[in-house]
Ligand binder design. Structure first.
Ligand code: SF4
Length: 210
């Protein structure tokens, strides 16, 4: 059994103030940026979003966007047709049912088109300061390798992490796991030899010579 407390302490010592790499000024911008970030790097999303947020400032602006024009504007982020539809439909629902304001509960957020549990948790944790763990590919991989989770199902991994980690630290640990996954515990060649959590890691394939 992994020692969650020890792992959290080591991770938060390495990353004392971890934050999302997406740039945003309000919950709506983070919502749009998070939808754009699927299968795309955060730096590319930030570049696209910079121009986008100068043109579209409110949920109504996105809701009334011309689909073809909007697709072109977000094209560099990939999967632009689905993303364009998701953002426009999501903002239409915000206007129709939520007074154009991004809601701050999980149940309301997951009702929005294009918003799954992961995206909702990103918004809750980073835009509203509510404790939340968004299980992306990094969190899924790293927590399984460490022995904090034992599933490929993001919802189950979220539940396992929620159970073992102090609620007040959920969001910070979320970002720390992502940073650790990006910088050290990569999918293909994890740098186990220079990993600060090597001793605690339960991954059978870890090697200190990597
Ligand atoms: S020891 Fe290797 S597999 Fe384990 S967390 Fe560190 S980098 Fe990842």
């Amino acid at each position: 059994m992994a020692d969650a407390k020890k792992i959290v302490n080591i991770l938060l010592k390495k990353y004392p103030s971890p934050q999302t790499a997406l740039n945003f000024k309000n919950p709506l911008e983070l919502l749009v940026a998070t939808i754009l970030s699927a299968q795309c790097t955060d730096s590319r999303v930030n570049l696209v979003a910079l121009r986008l947020f100068q043109k579209y400032k409110t949920a109504a602006d996105f809701a009334q966007a011309d689909l073809k024009e909007f697709e072109e504007e977000i094209k560099p982020t990939g999967f632009y047709r689905n993303k364009a539809r998701a953002i426009i439909n999501c903002c239409r629902m915000l206007c129709k049912e939520y007074d154009s304001v991004v809601p701050s509960t999980l149940d309301e957020l997951v009702r929005l088109p294009g918003v799954g549990r992961k995206t909702a948790n990103v918004i809750l944790g980073s835009a509203f300061g509510r404790p939340a763990i968004a299980v992306d590919t990094h969190v899924l991989r790293v927590s399984n390798r460490l022995g904090l989770a034992h599933s490929k199902n993001p919802d189950k991994v979220e539940a396992e992490l929620n159970q073992q980690i102090e609620q007040g630290k959920w969001t910070k640990v979320n970002h720390a796991l992502i940073l650790h996954g990006r910088e050290t515990c990569g999918a293909r060649r994890p740098k186990c030899g220079s990993c600060v959590i090597f001793e605690e890691c339960k991954w059978p394939s870890k090697t200190e010579y990597a």
